[in-house]
Each structure stands twice: as C-alpha cells, then as structure tokens.
Design a protein around this ligand. Structure first.
Ligand code: ATP
Length: 681
C-alpha cells in the first residue's frame, strides 16, 4: 500500500556536466572512457551483468521527532557499483547505510526518492528488483524445522519458474550447496536458539543461498558479517566474493569487519551523515585519500584499515565535519574521474534504453512516474514475449521466457495455488512430524477432555435438578476452553513475523495464501484431534443431542479462537501486546456469552456487544443441542431453554453464525497481514 505511494522521480538523462567536470578536457575524458572500457570490458557483459548507477540520489522522509517536518537521510549520492566487484557501504552508525541499501533494493516503504537510479540501462521496478536482485537480511529468517537442503528447495519451488521441472530445481539447489560450502550441514535442521541446529555462519550462508536461488545479478547484503567470529566472517565474505567473480554485482553494508574480510572487498562507499565522503577502491587508495585529502593520521603498521577509517569518520561526524568531507571528496581528482565514468555509463545506458524502448514504444526515456505505474509498465512489457525485455536479455531467450512466467501478476512470483501447495508440502507436513508443534495442539484438548469427562462422568443424560446447573456450566466450559486455548497460537505467528515479512518482500506468496495455509494447517489438525477429544467428552459424559453438532460447534469455536489469535497478533506491534489483547478480548466475550450473566441482566449499554459475541452463539447452540428434546430439564422452575430465552431458536442457525464469524475474523486477519506494516523501512 505504502510502496505504491512512494514516488520515484527519475530525472532526465540529459547530461549536464558539473563545473568540475567541465575542467576535464576532452582528451582526459577519452582516456577515462578508454580506461573504463578496457578495465571492465573483458568481464562486463551488458546482456548478463547489471551495473548500478546513481546520480544525485536523495531520500527524504517525514521526521519522526519533529511533526510536520521532513528529514533528508541521503543527500545527492552519485556513483556506480560495478558487476564482478564487491562494494562495501561503510560509515558511522546512523550515517544512512541501511537506508541506502534499502533504497537501492526497493525495500523502502515510506519517504520519497529523487535522482537517477539505473540497473543496467533501466529504471528498476518492484518486479524487476524481485527478479534480478537478491537481498540478504541482517537477521537470519529461516524455517527452523527444515534442513538446509529443504529450506533451499522450498525457496526454489516458490521462487523459480513454475514450468521448471523439480529435477532441475534440485540440481540448482545442490550446486548452490556446493558453492556455499554447505555440504556438511546439508541435512541438518536449521534449529532455533534454544534447540541449536546449524551454526551462525552456516545460517548466514543459507540466507545467502536463498537470495541466490533465482541467480540474481545483483546481491545486496545488510551487515553479512555482524555477529560472526572473524574466521566465519571471512568464510562468508569469501563465498560472496566468489559470486562477484562470477559476474554478480555485490553491495554490502558492513560495520567493523576484520582486516581479512575487509581486504576481500574491491571498493568502498563511505557515508557520513547521508553524504558520500569517499567512493573508490579499498586498501592503499582509500587510506592514501583519507590521509592526504582529509587530514586523517597515517595508518599504523598492522592496523585494521576498516577500524582506522571508522575511528576517523565517527570522530569527524561528531565534530560536524560531514559536509566538509563531502565537499573535499567532490573536489578530489578521484571524484572527478568517477563523475566522468558515471556520465559515460549514463550515456551508454541511455543509448541502450532508447534502442530497447524504440522496439515497442516511442516513450521518452525521461519520465516521472509512481512506483506502481513503473511496475505496471514493466509487467506489460515483459508479458509481451516478442517485445521489450528490460534491455537486459533478448526477449526470446530462456531467461526472458522465465521472467515472463514469473511476472504473471505485478507483485507475486507464483500463482496462489502453487504457493499454497508448496507451503503445505514443506512446512505443514514437517510441522505435523514435529512433537514441539503437535504437543501444545494435541495434549491440551485430550487432557481437558479426559479431566472434564471424569469430573462429569455419566451425568449428561441425568436431568435431575441438581445436575442442570452443572450441565450448563460444562457446556460453557466446552466453549470457554477452545477460546482460551487460542492464546497458545499467538507466539506462533509473532515468531514467524520476520520470516513472513522477508518472504513477502521476496514475493513468495500473497497474504491471503499465507493465511489460508495457516488456517488449513491449524484446522485440519484440530478437526482430527477435536474429533477424538469431543468424542471422549460427549460419549463419556453421555451428553444428549447430536454428536456431529457438538463436534462441529466445538471445532468452529476453536477455529474462531485461532483466527482471532492470528488477527490480533497480526495487528499487534509486539508479542506482549498480542498476549495481553487476546485474553482480554476473549474474557469480554465469555462474560457476554449469556451464561455468567443472563442476556436480560446485561446492562443495556453493553447489550449491543452481545450480538457481536461469537461465544454467545456457540454456547446457545450447544445448550439447544443438549436440552431441546428434554423439557424436564428445569432451572429455577422453568425449562432451562426458556430460562435462557432459547426456546424458539434454531441450533443450526447458531452454528451458521459461528461459521460466519470465522469468515469475518479471517477477513480482518487478512487485512492486518496485508496492510499493517510493523516494520517501516
Ligand atoms: N523518520 C525519521 N526521522 C528522523 N530520522 C530518521 C528517520 N528514519 C531514520 N532516521 C535516521 O536516519 C539515519 C540513517 O539510518 P540508517 O539505519 O540508514 O543508518 P545506518 O548507517 O544503517 O546505521 P547503523 O549502522 O547504526 O545500522 C539514522 O540517524 C536514523 O536515526
């Protein structure tokens, strides 16, 4: 929702050299151009590789500290990230590294971006980014019950084209495992912090594997080495470096890498307070620049270059020297050479873009469009198999055909039914074999059924006056237990939130598909387990009425409880809020259900709420089922159904209302999953 509102303003590609650039004479320009082509030509292939170019890139958001004010987090960044190279984005804390990475990768959900941003020759759209880029989040978001192999295959099934045979997907996963050196833990469960599975480095490499499953041409990594020991950090960086060697454009934010890890990066973009203060090679070039131009003390023998840079930059940032450092960089020969290269790249992109667009449209390359509109145009174009295909791959190539099949809709990769099948196949079946998942869903119902059955043994058909209040209370408990039991489902969805957000970003499924998967997973189990537990209750206590009604009513009450728990959890910003909200909501419903306080005794100002109380309908339905054929069951001198004002009520209508409530809560849960964003980026 918010993505679409984010307006991407793309400036004209008309090149207007800055004053510094004017100083560079034509010969110099030609030399640089030659250098560009000779330096990169052997490895750079425009049909395969993607260079990221950006010019005057700024990003502004509403300030979260001063109401009504805007704050500019990125300030006119210009430069390029080359394919076949690893670029580190560094800077003091709060300098805008993650913002920059999120902006490049299309993960920003708020704010406005201005400037030019091109991937290859094209303005990236959401669909484009999903297809051609991978993003490795800082925190691992994996399915803890799956093995490394299953996790990668599950992602491959969701992300790779539907038409691709399973054998080919398996082959791709095996080769990824080999490439990421994950053979040793191929069949090890991922695990949780409490029940350890794979190590931190293996988890990070598995995350990298997830991002690589569609062979992206650009890989973004947010602090890939944070939290890892220096050996593992280097191991992960080496794996990423091998991808760069194969032609991927790598861009990673890093905090405080070890010397060994940092040495593996080709280039570094240094941000301070939203400005670029250095963008160039790492190593001696970077240290020379900082010493010569910025007045940084010399790098000590054996000193960690990254730490040395960070110490200086953090100090400079605290002293408010960020814009001075930026201006110094802009004036530097390094920046001027870089600016000339950038213009060359932009002109080259303009030429390629023009020739590609000419194939299908006479549209000018200079546009100012919303992300949604850009997305739509992209999808329209890739849908035309003979037409324009991003100017990146020939439209008739296998990659273009795969792309075309991947973009059946604007936002999502696979059709909903395929995503549902994969989710059920990989996650539900695995959960059903896991005692930690089954335990809380199985034993609470069985234990409850056995305890209540032994307490009320055989009184269900004994309508002595002394038994009647006990029966009404028992039926109330049959409604209350599934409702309370729903609280147990809250953590599940909260713990999965990070995974859900990541997979949604990756376009693996729709929110409705996810909800359907969750409901099917929970309800199929509950209908089977519930059949056993309600049979123990019904036949043990010898309740009257129809068993099928008793079972269905209890199961739909439980299903309502589960979907309420999911809905509240999806709306809640944290587990604490959800844990407080679900019992509060259900306790109110229990009070208003008509058993603890009869309907006519509920104060008028609360009575309206009883109509929205699903537990009232569940309890009433079960009461009618038990007593409708037994007028001798009396309470305070009246047939019990008359006492509760239920004489002329149809129990099946009551069940129908309970089912309708389930539909209503499901809609609300879907709304929360689809539109409520707790992670604003
Ligand atoms: N809505 C906002 N209003 C004001 N400031 C904001 C807003 N959103 C982000 N910021 C600020 O923008 C800056 C950039 O944040 P970002 O997360 O990109 O920094 P970072 O360099 O990745 O930091 P770190 O290394 O600590 O993760 C931070 O100083 C942050 O406080």
């Amino acid at each position: 929702m918010v993505d679409e509102a984010m307006v991407v303003q793309v400036r004209s590609f008309k090149i207007s050299p800055q004053s510094e650039e004017k100083k560079a004479d034509d010969a110099n320009s030609k030399n640089v151009t030659d250098t560009v082509s000779t330096a990169t030509a052997p490895r750079y292939d425009a049909a395969v590789n993607l260079r990221i170019t950006f010019k005057g890139l700024s990003y502004t958001v509403d300030s979260n500290s001063k109401r009504g004010e805007k704050v500019q987090l990125l300030k006119g960044l210009s430069g390029f990230f080359e394919p076949c190279q690893m670029t580190a984005v560094m800077g003091p804390s709060g300098s805008g590294k993650t913002t920059f990475l999120d902006l490049l990768s299309g993960r920003k959900t708020q704010g406005a971006m201005t400037g030019t941003l091109l991937f290859g020759a094209d303005v990236p759209t959401k669909a484009f980014l999903r297809r051609y880029t991978g993003y490795v989040e800082q925190f691992d978001t994996l399915v803890d019950t799956l093995t490394v192999y299953e996790m990668l295959l599950y992602t491959a099934e969701l992300k790779r084209p539907l038409s691709e045979p399973l054998a080919s997907k398996k082959e791709a996963v095996e080769s990824l495992i080999a490439r990421l050196a994950l053979e040793n833990c191929r069949d090890v469960r991922i695990g949780t912090p409490l029940k350890r599975g794979i190590s931190g480095g293996q988890a990070k490499r598995t995350n990298v594997g997830i991002a690589l499953i569609t062979n992206p041409r650009v890989l973004f990594l947010d602090e890939p080495t944070s939290g890892l020991d220096s050996f593992t950090a280097r191991e992960v960086t080496e794996v990423v470096q091998s991808l760069a060697k194969d032609g991927t454009t790598i861009c990673a934010t890093i905090h405080s890498p070890s010397s060994a890890s940092f040495a593996l990066f080709d280039r570094v973009a240094v941000l301070v307070n939203g400005w670029i203060v250095y963008l160039g090679e790492t190593g001696v070039t970077a240290s020379d620049y900082l010493t010569r131009v910025c007045g940084c003390r010399s790098l000590g023998h054996g000193e960690n270059l990254a730490e040395w840079m960070m110490d200086f930059l953090t100090q400079a940032d605290r002293e408010g020297r960020s814009s001075a450092l930026h201006e110094a960089f802009e004036r530097s020969q390094l920046a001027q050479e870089s600016a000339i290269k950038l213009e060359v790249y932009l002109q080259e992109a303009q030429r390629r873009s023009k020739s590609s667009i000419a194939a299908v449209s006479s549209e000018a390359p200079s546009v100012s469009i919303s992300g949604h509109e850009a997305n739509k145009r992209f999808v329209d174009r890739v849908g035309d198999s003979e037409g324009w295909c991003c100017g990146l791959v020939p439209a008739s190539s296998p990659a273009a055909r795969a792309l075309s099949s991947l973009t059946g809709s604007e936002q999502y990769v696979a059709p909903w039914w395929w995503s549902l099948k994969v989710l059920l196949q990989y996650r539900t079946l695995r959960n059903y074999r896991c005692m930690e998942y089954l335990g809380p869903r199985l034993f609470d119902k069985i234990i409850f059924a056995v305890v209540v059955m032994t307490l009320y043994l055989g009184i269900g058909d004994d309508f002595k006056p002394v038994n009647i209040p006990s029966m009404a209370a028992l039926i109330y408990l049959c409604v209350a237990q599934p409702a309370w039991g729903a609280v147990a489902y809250v953590p599940n969805i909260m713990m999965e939130r990070g995974l859900y957000v990541r997979e949604r970003h990756d376009g693996l499924y729709r929110p409705a598909t996810y909800l359907l998967f969750k409901m099917l997973e929970e309800m199929s189990l509950n209908f089977v387990v519930g059949l056993g537990s309600t049979a123990i209750l019904f036949y043990g206590i010898q309740l009257r009425g129809e068993f099928i009604y008793f079972w269905l009513n209890c199961m739909f009450t439980l299903s309502n409880g589960i979907v309420i728990a999911y809905m509240v959890a999806a709306f809640s910003p944290s587990l604490d809020v959800a844990n407080a909200a679900v019992p509060t909501l259900l306790a109110v419903m229990l009070f208003l259900s008509g058993f603890l306080i009869r309907m006519e005794s509920i104060p008028v100002y609360w009575r309206w709420l009883t109509y929205a109380d699903l537990l009232k309908y569940s309890w009433e339905g079960l009461m009618i089922n038990q007593f409708e054929k037994y007028p001798e069951a009396q309470l305070v001198g009246n047939p019990i159904l008359e006492y509760y004002n239920l004489s002329n009520v149809d129990k099946w209508v009551r069940l129908g209302i309970v089912v309708a409530f389930f539909g209503g809560w499901s809609l609300l849960a879907w709304f929360a999953l689809a539109f409520v964003r707790h992670q604003k980026r």
